[in-house]
Design a protein around this ligand. Sequence first.
Ligand SMILES: Cc1cc2nc3c(=O)[nH]c(=O)nc-3n(C[C@H](O)[C@H](O)[C@H](O)COP(=O)(O)OP(=O)(O)OC[C@H]3O[C@@H](n4cnc5c(N)ncnc54)[C@H](O)[C@@H]3O)c2cc1C
Length: 366
Amino acid sequence: MARVPEVAVVGAGIVGLCTAYALAERGTTARVYESGVPGHGQSSGQSRIFRHAHDDARLVEFTRQGRAIWDEWADRLGTELVSQDGVVALGGPVPGRLRILQEAGGIAVRAVDGAEIRTRMPLLADYSGLAMLDEDGGAIRTRAAVESLAEALGDAVVTDEVISLQPTGRGTVEVLSAAGREEYATAVVCAGLSTARLARNVGLSLPVRPAAHVRLTFQVRGAPPERVACLQDSSGDFGEVGVYAAPYPGNSRYAGGLSETVEVREDGSFADPNALVALNDRARAYVSRALPGLDPEPVEYLHCWVTSLPWSEDGMAVWEADRIFFTAGHNLFKQAPWLGRALAGAAMAEGLEESLRPAATLGRPR
Ligand SMILES: Cc1cc2nc3c(=O)[nH]c(=O)nc-3n(C[C@H](O)[C@H](O)[C@H](O)COP(=O)(O)OP(=O)(O)OC[C@H]3O[C@@H](n4cnc5c(N)ncnc54)[C@H](O)[C@@H]3O)c2cc1C
């Protein structure tokens, strides 16, 4: 009979895949339960922004360490995982974030003027306000990341839904899934929208806020630019104060949306059913004002759920109950390799990084 792996990982989004890969790096076996298709929850879509800028210096440091892990894994997996084209950020938060980044040290970030923005972000309309360039940031190649990690994990990823998991009282964890009942040394839950529900079964109440989000993809007009940075626009100069956007591989498409999300009630329904449509329309209107390099008719829509913690839109934390670790947060894609290694260490009884404990409110502006 095949030996049961040591660790159960619930969810094959980017966090679960990175956790299982980090365990494998250390020679620890895992089974990754995925009820759907790997990478099709909050990790879906063709790109994400890797940026170092955060309002909490601890997150800046973890992001700096995480950037190196992305590069290490890209080399090992033989595929580009983060583009080399940087992130341009616009607007009022720039001086404060620049200060935190420069104090952290070791991150290639600087203020830029309108002329340099035109070369790094040629799709953008003229802009001459506050701006910075994060040279070591870039577009995360999300599909390459999900596919290469899932392939490296092979049979460790199984299609099965975890219905419940419980400490046994013998220092192990029992997992009841649609197709089985197994006992593991420990478990790591990275189940996105379902994490809070699974945690409630072991008596933990996670303050996770589910919300709905809209992201649109646009075709670049004419030939794709050779280099194009990701964009974070908090300026308000183009009518919105919270916009993010990133190129697809090959730069012929650019996807983005408003950071604003639509709150949902506990049963998943909308208080205002028109709010998602309104976000769609505002994102399109922004593109026609701010990004003349794009055809403003979307070529793809992504409507999806996101989860966040109440203290910050970049907040993340890990709850622990008798050898089960529950992870939650938002904007986790960029952090996933670093977080995966931290979760792997915790699962291997090395202790959980203190700043990941909920009381540390990692991500809260300081
Ligand atoms: C449009 C959009 C743009 C974003 N932009 C950025 C960005 O620019 N930069 C950034 O860093 N982050 C960004 N984020 C956030 C980032 O993508 C997410 O934080 C991250 O993908 C979360 O990954 P995850 O593995 O925790 O969750 P998920 O990807 O949701 O994975 C959870 C998985 O668990 C599975 N699952 C759930 N319940 C069970 C169960 N009971 N049994 C088995 N499997 C189960 C689900 O099917 C799913 O595949 C963005 C998110 C969205 C949606």
